[in-house]
Design a binder for this molecule. Structure first.
Ligand SMILES: NC(=O)c1ccc[n+]([C@@H]2O[C@H](COP(=O)([O-])OP(=O)(O)OC[C@H]3O[C@@H](n4cnc5c(N)ncnc54)[C@H](OP(=O)(O)O)[C@@H]3O)[C@@H](O)[C@H]2O)c1
Length: 238
């Protein structure tokens, strides 16, 4: 058995976060802190604890990324379990997307609540968990962004609030990459994935996207700090 790796995933109750947790736990070396807003109702996540495909160690921890008290309390719980060991990988996956909106008609409350979850949330999570990541062997922060945040990709006028929020996440990641490149903060684009957010017309199954995301996250080096990389390992234009 190789050295255990420790992971913290936000938004692990469903979608990409749940699939990340499931695939990571296939390895007996993985210790996964799967965080979610409501552990008591996260039935598929809790079921991973008893699944035959789970060989690693699962800890389900309550954390709402828009609530600083909940983030600090989650950090204390995780630190208590780690007992001086660090976190190797933090994956800021939790996110929301309001109804498709346009700049001329957007609802300001949708814009603000999306910004809170998709930008302020990861900012607070990173700030709070950096001391644990500093103690990790690997020290990687993966922020789950979207090609919709890429002006270079030019997706057009749709999804204004969501695109602004992910663009904000990109800038936040760039800023941390300049301040702390040693923590390899970078952006990963999962592609268009069949989840509650991505919808049934999406082109990728969650397991396909997540298999790629895990390879990308495991293989980044400090040279990738501040980079925007998709689930296949290709650079995404800013
Ligand atoms: N699906 C796609 O095509 C696609 C494409 C590009 C980027 N992404 C990004 O990939 C990430 C995961 O998306 P997904 O498709 O898996 O979406 P999803 O199926 O809608 O799942 C979103 C997850 O985020 C959690 N979440 C939302 N707000 C939260 C909060 N305040 N605190 C903690 N957890 C919260 C949800 O928890 P609850 O169950 O408690 O609501 C859920 O676990 C997001 O950042 C999304 O923007 C997705």
């Amino acid at each position: 058995m190789s050295m255990p790796s420790t992971w913290l995933i936000t938004g692990a109750s469903r979608g990409i976060g749940l699939e990340l947790t499931k695939q990571l736990l296939a390895s007996p070396d993985a210790v996964v802190f799967a965080t979610c807003r409501s552990p008591q109702s996260a039935t598929p996540l809790l079921a991973l604890g008893d699944s035959v495909s789970t060989n690693g160690t699962l800890h389900v921890v309550r954390m709402d990324v828009t609530d600083e008290i909940s983030i600090v309390s989650a950090k204390d719980e995780v630190a208590g379990i780690l007992q001086g060991r660090g976190l190797d990988y933090l994956v800021n996956n939790a996110g929301v997307a309001p109804q498709d909106d346009r700049t001329t008609t957007l609802n300001i409350n949708d814009l603000l609540s999306t910004f809170l979850a998709n930008v302020a949330g990861p900012a607070l999570v990173m700030k709070t968990f950096i001391p644990l990541i500093e103690q990790g062997n690997r020290q990687v922060i993966a922020n789950v962004s979207s090609a919709l945040a890429s002006i270079g990709t030019d997706f057009g006028r749709e999804h204004t609030s969501y695109s602004i929020s992910k663009y904000g996440l990109n800038m936040l990641t760039y800023k941390l990459a300049k301040e702390r490149p040693d923590l390899t903060p970078f952006l990963v684009d999962p592609g268009w994935v069949k989840t509650d957010m991505g919808g049934s017309n999406a082109v990728l199954e969650a397991h396909e996207s997540v298999a790629g995301i895990i390879q990308v996250v495991k293989n980044v080096t400090t040279k990738d700090a501040g980079q925007f990389i998709d689930y296949t390992g290709q650079k995404v234009p800013w």
